[in-house]
Design a protein around this ligand. Structure first.
Ligand code: NOJ
Ligand code: CA
Length: 704
């Protein structure tokens, strides 16, 4: 990732002896942070367009091993500076990203205990980031243990919020839209694949949290650059509408083990009165550090298919046999066991997928259930069930990789850890070496089930460190990582761009289990996607899951046209076409959009947006003049009136429009779509009607 610094003027305006707080305003002047130490307590507030958007809120920590950091502070100085650079991500929604902010640093002493703690605020045109910093010099806190971070976010009213329940181990929930005063844990509808529903408070929610004030201001709270720290939740005092941070505990109930010099992740506030700005914000990426890898030529966006939906929706098995009640790693000779007939990760079926991928321009084929251990994958021996290098007898690693490579396709590795990070770390070096030796360059990993070491949580500091360790170890072997059930992303893909995807939310797999709420994909871009791309696995063409598996209760709550739109509205450099090849063959004309759509972009525009209602995005494919447009709507449907003014003036294009048919409906008639062609220019306007739970997709290419 090259950094091209266009202007970078550092102006030190403050002085070491300042005794008063200070203001810092965004470059465009619409957002102002006031920060001060009031009666010994660090305090901040935020104004947007001259009105409060965060009321005075206090900052501090309780500690497990010493006096608290909640008061007794003296302000020793303030410094302000300005920063402006434009940088180029390895992959992304835009080829160039501007990082422009004004900064305020508050330095503070806690004289009674000879301690120092600083606060750094960065104020952008699209919001605010701030973090705590603990310098090493002259600071009596060399090591300290956080019992709780007590960062307040005092809201100005009973806003509308899009939220999921607080939980240390899963984010796989349906979203709820309600007033803040109505937040109550809503765990119904979550079949948590992490098997642990650890709600911590009746008014606790996860981030990223999207809100809207009655005055029409959108406010999002999340975090950026979560490294060596526990993931933050928010606990609401619903009498006063004040959120306070609530970190994920470790096995002892502590929340952070710190050694100075160190700092917390950034606490982020994205703010605008135009919902589209929430989606085009780069604040979280900008608050992360530049890329740490010198060579990134091996990192490439991936469009893939997989041996996956057959198990998730079709009721087939990851395991090779039913005969092994419990597996001890390396002690079972599988060739002596009877295979069951339902194991899709077999040579013949994988070849079928390789052919399908090659014939339709996909880069990779994911194969789950290829390796020994699934017979007892989250049972009593899960700490030693997988070694990640031993295939089942019906999966010929060399022959299948050779065949895939001969057809211009790669296989995608799968590492299910079943939550045993300890077992994964034990085997990681040989597992990544095995991948490199066999020509794999990407891995989908997973953390289903309670974490081992016992008592740790998916979102605690220990696991946060594990996920990043996996990413940096994988980089040494030029491997890209897509981790499921991992902590929610916080923009780390800027620094480590081989982190090409995460799940960390309720994905398409739930359409096969119980169905997602029809508004789901109009909320995710405002919430989960703020921190980084999601492996949402769209592209379901057969919504009636009973047709694949008579036992299933699942129904994909979307029209077919909306499934196409998701490749544009759910930005990710990693996109799966999740349905079975035979379902794509049934709807070959609609499948053409998935074949055509890009996975990397030079430019992105959000044309229409409202959380929980609709999202319409237009993106220009990297290195081309082709545009793709997608719109996804809630159960209320939507009417779009699009201006194509993003096209080059004076040029003619052909638009292929994949729209809901007039009688389409996500429940009763999801497969009704109409494909039409039109010549368009930058002056064209398109009127499109979206069905309940529907959407549309458009590909636009210049006419030669
Ligand atoms: C849950 C993941 O989300 C899913 O994609 C995967 O197939 C299973 N775990 C098995 O690893
Ligand atoms: Ca999952």
């Amino acid at each position: 990732m090259k950094n091209q610094i266009t202007i970078a003027a550092a102006m030190v305006l403050g002085c070491a002896a300042a005794a008063h707080g200070a203001d810092v305003t965004s470059p465009g002047g619409q957002i102002t942070v006031h920060a001060d130490v009031i009666d010994g307590v660090p305090t901040y507030s935020v104004d947007y367009k001259g009105k409060p958007i965060v009321k005075p809120s206090t900052l501090g920590f309780t500690l497990a091993d010493g006096p608290d950091l909640m008061g007794g502070f003296k302000l020793t100085g303030t410094e302000t500076s300005t920063f402006d650079e434009t940088w180029q991500p390895v992959w992304g929604e835009n080829a160039n990203i501007r990082n422009h902010y004004n900064e305020l640093l508050l330095t503070m002493d806690q004289p009674e205990h000879y301690r120092k703690m600083n606060l750094r605020f960065r104020v952008y045109d699209d919001g605010v980031g701030f973090r705590y910093e603990f310098p090493q010099k002259d600071n009596a806190m060399a090591y300290f243990i956080i019992k709780e971070e007590n960062t307040q976010f005092a809201m100005t009213g009973d806003h509308t919020a899009w939220w999921i329940a607080g939980d240390y181990d899963t984010q796989e929930y349906d979203w709820t839209e309600s007033r803040l005063s109505e937040i109550r844990p809503n765990m119904i509808g979550s079949i948590s694949s992490n098997l642990s529903q650890t709600t911590f408070s009746p008014t606790g929610v996860q981030t990223s949290l999207q809100m809207k004030t009655d005055d029409g201001v959108y406010l999002n709270i999340h975090e950026a650059a979560l490294v060596d720290y526990s993931c933050m939740h928010l606990n609401l005092d619903d009498k006063n509408m004040v959120f306070t941070s609530w970190l994920t505990p470790d096995a002892q109930g502590n929340k952070g083990h710190m050694q100075s010099p160190c700092h917390t992740p950034w606490r982020t506030l994205i703010i605008s009165d135009d919902a589209r700005d929430m989606l085009s914000s780069n604040l979280i990426l900008n608050l992360n550090e530049p890329c740490k890898y010198a060579d990134t030529s091996w990192i490439k966006p991936v469009k893939y298919v997989g041996v996956w939906w057959e198990m998730i929706a079709g009721g087939k098995q990851w395991s090779y046999t039913n005969d092994v009640p419990s597996v001890k790693l390396g002690e079972t000779d599988y060739t002596k066991l009877k295979p069951h007939c339902n194991h899709p990760a077999n040579n013949e079926n994988v070849r079928r997928y390789i052919d399908f991928a090659a014939d339709n321009g996909f880069d990779q084929v994911l194969v789950e259930g290829w390796n020994e251990g699934w017979e007892d994958w989250f049972g009593h021996s899960k700490d030693k069930v997988f070694d990640f290098v031993t295939p089942y007898p019906d999966f010929d690693v060399k022959a299948l990789n050779d065949y895939a490579h001969s057809r211009g396709v790669k296989l995608m590795m799968h590492h299910e850890t079943s939550g045993s990070a300890r077992n994964y770390e034990r085997h990681m070096a040989q597992a990544y070496k095995f991948m490199e030796d066999n020509g794999y360059n990407s891995v989908k990993s997973g953390y289903v089930g309670p974490i081992l070491p016992r008592g740790e949580h998916h979102y605690g500091q220990w696991m946060v460190n594990h996920y990043l360790y996996a990413v940096t170890e994988a980089a040494k072997h030029h491997i890209m990582v897509n981790a499921h059930e991992a902590v929610r992303p916080t923009g780390l893909c800027r620094t480590y761009p081989n982190l090409i995807g995460n799940e960390s939310a309720r994905g398409t797999e739930y359409e096969a289990f119980a169905g997602n709420k029809p508004f789901h994909t109009t909320v995710l871009p405002f919430t989960r996607l703020q921190g980084g791309p999601m492996d949402y696995t769209p592209g379901i063409f057969e919504m009636d899951i009973k047709k694949l598996n008579p036992q299933s209760q699942g129904h994909c709550n979307s029209t077919l046209a909306r499934q196409l739109a998701l490749y544009v509205t759910m930005y990710s450099p990693l996109q799966m076409a999740a349905d079975l090849p035979e379902n794509y063959e049934r709807f070959a004309d609609a499948f053409q959009f998935i074949r055509d759509v890009a996975v990397d972009w030079d430019e992105s525009r959000y044309l229409e947006a409202e959380p929980g209602r609709y999202v319409t995005a237009a993106r220009k494919a990297k290195g081309t003049d082709n545009w793709f447009v997608g719109c996804t709507a809630s159960e209320h449907g939507h009417k779009s009136n699009l201006s194509l003014n993003f096209l080059d003036p004076g040029r003619k294009y052909e638009a292929i429009i994949y729209a809901d048919a007039p009688d389409a409906h996500y429940l009763t008639n999801p497969q009704a779509y109409v494909i039409s062609r039109k010549t368009v220019t930058s002056k064209s306007k398109l009127k499109l009607t979206v069905a309940p739970g529907g959407g549309y997709a458009i590909s636009i290419r210049p006419i030669k």
